[in-house]
Design a protein around this ligand. Sequence first.
Ligand code: NAD
Ligand code: IPM
Ligand code: MN
Length: 331
Amino acid sequence: MKKVCVLPGDGIGPEVIECAVKVLNAASDQLEFVQADIGQAEYRKSGTHLSRDTLDLMKSCDSSLFGAVTTSSSPDYESPVLRFRKELNLYVNLRPVKTLVHLPQRPPLDVVIVRENSEGMYTQQEQYDDKGVTTLRRVTREASDRIVRYAIDYARKNGRRKVTCVHKANVLRASDGLFLSIFRELMSSEGSGLEASEQLVDSAAMKLVTDPAEFDVIVTLNLYGDILSDVAAGVAGGLGFAPSGNLGPKYSVFEPAHGSAPDIAGKGIANPTAAILAAALMLRHIGLPKEGQAVERAVSEFYSSGHLTSDLGGRHGSVSFTEHVLKNLGR
Ligand code: NAD
Ligand code: IPM
Ligand code: MN
């Protein structure tokens, strides 16, 4: 049996995670679940958005499935997402985004964003002075090396042909320059058989919208990966279409790339596709690849048979979408 820690969170987090857990239960009888609070519900209980006990529980499981949290405006707020990424050493953020439904004006895409998940603009070190604020942005050889190696390895194991380094080394000459030089070195020493390409982040954002077939695997720094994965999601149909896996040497946490979407929470119209595809990524990661593939097929079949979710103007809300996926899974 594999043990999964379920962290529904805030807003639409619990709505899409409920759907994903139903699908997981239908896809495999090898799973057991434990559940914990994260975000506002946890804060009301314990005064922290992610407790030490929950982190320990996550560590005791084979993986975790997380919904989303709403960021608090309180000055002493510590993001539970950034905390679990750091505490569990989840240095990779894997974000595959693929077109499942062909939409007017949106070219098909099938891109895997490998986002550096531990440093860059996310050091959370910001210092006030009398004129303003300085933020520490950190790029290390170690973190750049391991993320580029991950991207190369991912490309090879998943039959991908090209790895594009997305950077801003024309301005951030030293830091992004370091990331880019490590990419170049590793692609020439380890990347045989793979095409290496480079793209500045601003034009990469444009090309993801106009010509996404340019891209296969993208390896990039933390904030660029955050932004580009939402751009890619938008091209595929919206934020309901981008799953995400936070991966490290020992632990993993899977989540939809989207947030808590307070504008649609409670309406039953959140698209659970990203959460369910995140659950499928989790199945693959914990050694249930056939089950993961079956879930991906069941989701894709929903769209290929002409159905549409509410976010795309269709009539299927979270529950009805999930019923179709369960039926496609043969349940
Ligand atoms: P968001 O991703 O929550 O929503 C952006 C837009 O996309 C909204 O219009 C929303 O309705 C739509 N959307 C998102 N997911 C959808 C889905 N599954 N189906 C249909 N539509 C969907 O981003 P935001 O509005 O910028 O942020 C809201 C809150 O979420 C903020 O507090 C933010 O900090 C937080 N956030 C949390 C996470 C996380 O917990 N991992 C990620 C991103 C944002
Ligand atoms: C994401 C989110 C997070 C990020 C926030 C909630 C800390 O936007 O997972 O994409 O910026 O990484
Ligand atoms: Mn984001």
